[in-house]
Design a protein around this ligand. Structure first.
Ligand code: ATP
Ligand code: MG
Length: 393
């Protein structure tokens, strides 16, 4: 029954020059997402709104599904378009519309009419009043409430007439591409995909890096991370996933350093490598899924020592979240089921039974001096053998 969508977005903070960047990006992200839906659409900016027009038949559910994944969209209004064939025809269309689109026919409502085309023979107020009357005749349980209606029925008279009343909630946030790019350290766990989702929601494009340790970690563990990157890309758009072979660095650390420091030393080299790929791909920061106190490597002391390994800002959007809060988001965005698949990751294979929980930077740096002989060559080798996959939903 619908032929178009009116896209609502929050206007806070998008004044001046930002406004057209916001809107242009929203238009291109919306058009991009709609490629996943069956049908042909054009998306355009139109006096302060974004408008999606379907050409011919399309899959309504798939279109709505695609639109609910576009950051920047606050609400999605399905629109019925009808030709102007006189008031009587319009009234009949509106009566049929209400039967389908109103959740119930005993609600309070009002009609709001806007004439973008001033040559229409009736005034806006007249149209609203007359349509209200016709609706009351058709459905006597309806009630008019002009102050706090449960349903506001919009009628916009343009070349065609637009009729809409429903708003499907959008995901909110800012369109991806309005805020630069960042590099997500993506493991196979629950947390990091959620962290990537949260930063993408603020308009940031996402690249990702995964540290793989074959043969200690399996191909299936790698596939799991590719699947997670794909799930994040449903929201974030295409992700350049860097798969780094971390085995030799890990074995070297294992060989040369105290085992209770393994995790923290490994985390520091992950940050350094991630920073390398971030600079190469013009990312402005790193993203991790850490939250204070969740595990030994996420105490305040450990986070400080991890941070010291790189100079780029590290964004940790989950820092104050409880595990359950993170799981709730993972369930909502569809990453949880994949994250809990039981494949080993490199952090779980080389962990010590009693890792330091309050590492001291001096003693960590001292351990790193044991790595002097080969670490630069191993670092270079990891950079040179990286596999980059473009992952797209
Ligand atoms: P997650 O649920 O995201 O795996 P975690 O609770 O297992 O996190 P850690 O293993 O301490 O926590 O990892 C902390 C963060 O470091 C992760 O959220 C992720 O950003 C990054 N990280 C850990 N292991 C890897 C890896 N193998 N590849 C890429 N990033 C990693
Ligand atoms: Mg993990």
């Amino acid at each position: 029954m619908y032929q178009a969508f009116l896209i609502k977005y929050a206007e806070i903070g998008i004044k001046g020059k930002n406004r057209h960047i916001f809107e242009d990006t929203l238009v291109s992200q919306t058009a991009n997402a709609l490629k996943r839906a069956d049908g042909e659409f054009t998306v355009r900016r139109e006096n302060g709104r974004v408008y999606v027009l379907a050409h011919g038949e399309f899959d309504f559910d798939e279109a709505v599904e695609a639109l609910t994944h576009v950051f920047g969209i606050a609400g999605i209004c399905p629109v019925v378009l009808t030709e102007d064939e006189g008031f009587e025809k319009l009234a009949q269309t509106v009566i049929r519309y209400a039967a389908d689109a109103f959740e119930r026919l005993d609600v309070t409502f009002k009609v709001v009419t806007r004439r973008a085309r001033k040559n229409y023979p009736m005034e806006s107020m007249e149209v609203s009043a007359a349509l209200g009357e016709r609706l009351l005749e058709a459905y006597p349980q309806l009630k008019v409430d002009v102050h706090h209606p449960q349903v506001t029925l919009h009628v916009e008279i343009r070349n065609q007439i637009n009729i809409y009343s429903r708003t499907i909630p959008g995901p909110g946030g800012m369109p991806v591409g309005t805020a630069g790019r960042a590099m997500l350290l993506l493991s196979g766990g629950i947390d990091s995909p959620v962290a990537g989702y949260m930063i993408a929601k603020r308009g940031v494009k996402i690249d990702a890096v995964y540290f793989h340790a074959p043969p200690y970690t399996s191909e299936r563990a790698k596939q799991k991370v590719i699947d997670l990157a794909k799930a994040v890309s449903v929201y974030a758009g295409p992700v350049r996933l860097h798969i780094v072979n971390f085995t030799d660095i890990q074995l070297y650390i294992y060989d040369k350093c105290p085992h209770d420091q393994l995790t923290i030393l490994m985390r520091r080299y992950m940050m350094k490598l991630a920073e390398h790929f971030a600079r190469e791909g013009e990312s402005l920061g790193l993203i991790t899924g850490e939250s204070i106190g969740q595990v030994a490597s996420q105490t305040m002391q450990s986070l400080a020592v991890t941070d010291e390994a790189c100079t780029m800002p590290v964004y940790r959007p989950l820092i104050g979240f409880d595990k359950q809060d993170i799981i709730d988001i993972a369930l909502k965005i569809g990453t949880y089921e994949t994250s809990i698949l039981p494949f080993e990751d490199c952090c779980t294979i080389f962990v010590s039974r009693h890792p330091v929980t309050k590492p001291n930077l001096k003693s960590i740096q001292k351990s790193e001096t044991h790595l002097q002989e080969k670490i630069d060559a191993l670092f270079r080798q990891a950079v040179e053998t990286v596999e980059v996959i473009r992952v797209e939903a």
